[in-house]
Write a protein that binds this ligand. Sequence first.
Ligand code: SAM
Ligand code: SF4
Length: 379
Amino acid sequence: MKMELPILSVRPNADARSARSPHAHTHPHAEPPLRRAPSHIRHLIDSFSRPIRDLRISITDRCNFRCVYCMEPDARFLPHAELLSPAHFARLAKICTSLGIRKIRLTGGEPTLRPDLPEIIRLIRDLAKPDEIALTTNGSLCTDQSLLTWKAAGLSRLTFSLDAVDQSLFTSTTRSNSSAAEVIAAIRRAQSAGFSTIKLNAVIVRGLNDSQILPLAQLALDLNIAVRYIEYMPLDEAHAWNRDKLVPAHEILSTIQSRHPLTPIPSPDPSSTSENFLFSNPSTHAPSASVGVIAPVTRSFCNRCSRLRITAEGKVRPCLFSINEWSLRDLLLNHAESPDSDALIAQRLIDICWSKQAGHTINADSFQQPARPMSAIGG
Ligand code: SAM
Ligand code: SF4
C-alpha cells in the first residue's frame, strides 16, 4: 500500500488544530426504542444471558496518530466542550460497577492526550472502585513522570499499540512523526514504573505490516511481555477494509510457529478475546513472554462477550459493531447527581445491555459497517 500522506505532529495540542466539525461522527439515526429488560433484572446482562462485566470508556475521539486501519488524515473531532468531564465519567463508572461491571478500560482516540487523565483515573478508582482500571495507548506520550502519576492515581494495567518494529513501516502505518523506538522506550519505562502485566497490541494488515509478525514476536521475547495480534476489522474511517487485507489468525500463528514453537495457554477468563501461547523454548530472561491472537473476524468470540462501551460524549454502544447507540448525555448533564437520577441512568444502562445484539455480522452479505470508526468508539 503506497502512502504519500502528510506526517502529523505527535505534540499533544497538534491534533486540536485539525478539528473542523462540531459534530464529527455524530450518529446519523434517531435513537431506536430500547427493549425493556424484565423488572427483576437489576444488573447488566443481555437477553442472551451474557453478563456484562467489562466497560470501555473512550475519553476522547482525538488522536495524534492517523493509523491507516483506523483514522483518516483529515479526521474531524468533537469540540472539547462536548467531551464528558472527569466527574461525568466517574459517575457513570460508579453506576456501572454498582450494576456488575468489574473492569474498566480507558481508551480513545488517544487517551493520554487528555490533560485531566490523572483526575479521571483517580475519580474512577475512588468512586467506582472497579477491580481494575486499564489504559490502551499508542505510547507516544508516556513520560516517566506521567506513568508514575497515572499509577499513583490508580491505573492498574497498560496496553500499548505497536504495529511495526521497522521504522519506515511504523511511519507508513501510523502516519505520525513518532517512532517505534519511542514506543519501545515507553514500554520499558512502564516496566520500570512498576506496571507488571504489560500487553502490546498489533493490528496486522496484508501488504502494510504483515512482514512485522516475526519481529513483533521477537519483541515479546526481548521485552518479556505479551504481544497480541489483532485481525483487521471493518471499523476504519476510510471504509477501505476488505477481506484481501485481512491476515487471518491461523496465518499469523503459522508464521510465528515457523520460527518459534508455541504452547497454548488455557484461559482462566471465559470472556477473554484472545487465544494465547507461550514460547515453547523461551530464553531464560523472558519467562513471561507470550503471543496471542484476537480474531474477531475468523474466530468470532461474540458468544462470550462481556463488554459495554461508552463514547467520549456519553453515548452507549452495547456492541463494537452496533448500528444503534443510546445517549446518557441528557441524564448526565441536566440531572444533577441524586439517587433518583442515578436510578434513571442505571435503568437505561440495564435496558441498553438487554438490547445488545447477538454478535457482529462481518461475515454476512448484509453486513453494514457502523458510521463511527474505531477511534470514535474506543477499541
Ligand atoms: N490510541 C490508542 C491505541 O492505539 O492504542 C487507543 C485507541 S485504539 C482505537 C485501540 C485499539 O484499537 C488499538 O490497539 C488499535 O490498534 C485498535 N484498532 C483500531 N482500528 C482497528 C481496526 N480497524 N481493526 C482492528 N483493530 C483496530
Ligand atoms: Fe490513534 Fe489508536 Fe486509532 Fe492509531 S489506533 S489512529 S493511535 S486511536
